[in-house]
Design a protein around this ligand. Structure first.
Ligand SMILES: [Fe+2]
Length: 443
């Protein structure tokens, strides 16, 4: 959204509406956790679920408190819930459930934070519709998108929670898949326009989205469809996890240390596999895209005699057109809807590849946005002209360590506003719980 496109008062009202909607999305997530499971730690490297119940409100509070002129009533909880964990090389956390406040205390903290922030926002808006004290609304965009990103990453965590620790909401049947035929799509040489141009009144973007880059991309060929569970099963059955030459040094060390023989979403079932869905374990759906770590995606690509796309190649396949102009989304300029892909919290699991013919790119590449992020072979690094946000200096800069890879697109649990072309996601190469799929390229 371009802030200049609407009057300040209606823009401020839109931000308040979006903040309320983002809160509903995160509240919905905690409702699928059985109350007895709130102190579980589904992923050993991460915090217990209870941390996230406090973190979303603590983040907003720590960000907005000073600019809104408020004083803290619980500095201890503000600090306790301030930061998550990115488990690069540190040991596993050893805290116990008794080290955390009670659910009632956390819920009361959340309620008080929301109430104080909302009433301060109402007061500010009555005096200053431009939200100048909140960097002209940018702080609210940060709060909204931070919450929505957690609404997704928290799902990765809840996905690993045993199904009997969750309460399934009612689920819609999947769309009817028209069937897919894998093929290679030739993308001619051209320019990829990555990132966003910095301007006073331009659209919101995180620090790593700036500045705009024009990258010349030589011709390449890309898979029209994602690699599916069925495709990946052939790699597994061909000894993919036993063949040293398919893996990077660190990838090999990782699968050896974990004893991995298949993706984390697969569950061995005598001589076959089942799949860990969000609310049920089901026979391996061979038409779904396979969710894997970067190391696993890279090993498959090597096995297939191909490689992962780099960020600019992926961007060109998604947003480029034969005429040279770029689109805002693979399907064109219209805002994302349920016809274009599997995203924006509509579903909890992927669907069969090729289910959204209206979402294909100008070059005919399917499912680029939605149904799972897509791994690239590009290491996460700043674009030239990068400047960290002064109020959140570590958001990206803490991860410019050569140990994270860029993902593009979006998953079933990615909010629509995060599907913008310039948005960049990133993860470590062996983190196995991300909703991340892939496709391969050839040169
Ligand atoms: Fe956070």
């Amino acid at each position: 959204m371009n802030p200049t496109a609407v009057a300040p008062s209606s823009r401020a009202a839109q931000l308040q509406t979006r903040l309320r909607a983002a809160r509903s999305s995160s509240d919905e997530l905690f409702r699928v956790v059985r109350p007895t499971a709130l102190y579980d730690r589904p992923i050993p490297e991460r915090h217990r679920i209870i941390f996230y119940l406090g973190h979303l409100e603590a983040f907003d509070w720590n960000l907005l408190r000073e600019p809104l002129g408020l004083s803290s009533s619980d500095p201890e909880l503000d600090k306790l819930f301030a930061f998550g964990i990115d488990p690069v090389e540190a040991g596993l956390p050893a805290d116990q459930p008794k080290d955390w406040p009670s659910v009632e205390q956390v819920r009361e903290y959340d309620r008080a934070v929301r109430q104080r922030l909302d009433s301060a926002l109402d007061t500010i808006l009555a005096k200053d519709a431009t939200l100048s004290c909140l960097e002209y609304g940018r702080f609210l965009e940060v709060a909204i998108e931070h919450r929505l990103m957690h609404a997704e990453t928290l799902c990765y965590m809840l996905h690993q929670l045993p199904v009997d620790r969750k309460l399934a909401p009612s689920l819609d049947p999947p769309p009817v898949a028209p069937g897919r035929r894998q093929r290679s799509v030739e993308i001619p040489a051209g320019t990829a326009k990555l990132g966003l141009a910095r301007s006073e009144d331009g659209p919101f973007g995180w620090d790593n989205e700036f500045e705009e880059q024009h990258v010349e991309v030589p011709a390449f060929a890309i898979d029209a469809h994602n690699v599916t569970n069925g495709d990946y099963l052939r790699f597994v059955n061909d000894g993919g996890y036993e063949r040293r030459n398919l893996w990077s040094d660190s990838g090999w060390r990782w699968i050896a240390s974990q004893g991995n023989r298949a993706p984390a979403f697969w569950i061995p079932d005598s001589d076959s596999w089942r799949c860990r869905g969000m609310f049920a374990e089901i026979p391996l759906p061979i038409e779904w895209p396979v969710y894997v770590s970067h190391d696993e995606a890279s090993a498959y690509a090597r096995w297939a005699g191909k490689e992962l796309p780099n960020e600019a190649e992926w961007h060109r396949a998604a947003y480029g057109t034969p005429g040279g102009a770029e689109r805002s989304y693979p399907w064109g300029e219209s805002a994302p809807t349920a016809r274009h892909g599997n995203f924006d919290f509509a579903r909890w699991d992927p669907v069969a590849g090729g289910s959204y013919p209206e979402g294909v790119s100008a070059f005919g590449v399917a499912d680029l946005v939605g149904n799972g992020w897509e791994w690239t072979r590009t290491r996460f690094a700043p674009f030239p002209g990068f400047r960290a946000f002064s109020f959140y200096p570590g958001y990206s800069a803490d991860f410019f360590d050569g140990k994270h890879f860029v993902m593009k697109g979006g998953s079933p649990r990615t909010a629509a506003c995060l599907l913008r072309r310039s948005f960049r996601n990133w993860f470590q190469p062996h983190y196995p719980y991300v909703y991340a799929k892939f496709r391969c390229v050839e040169h």
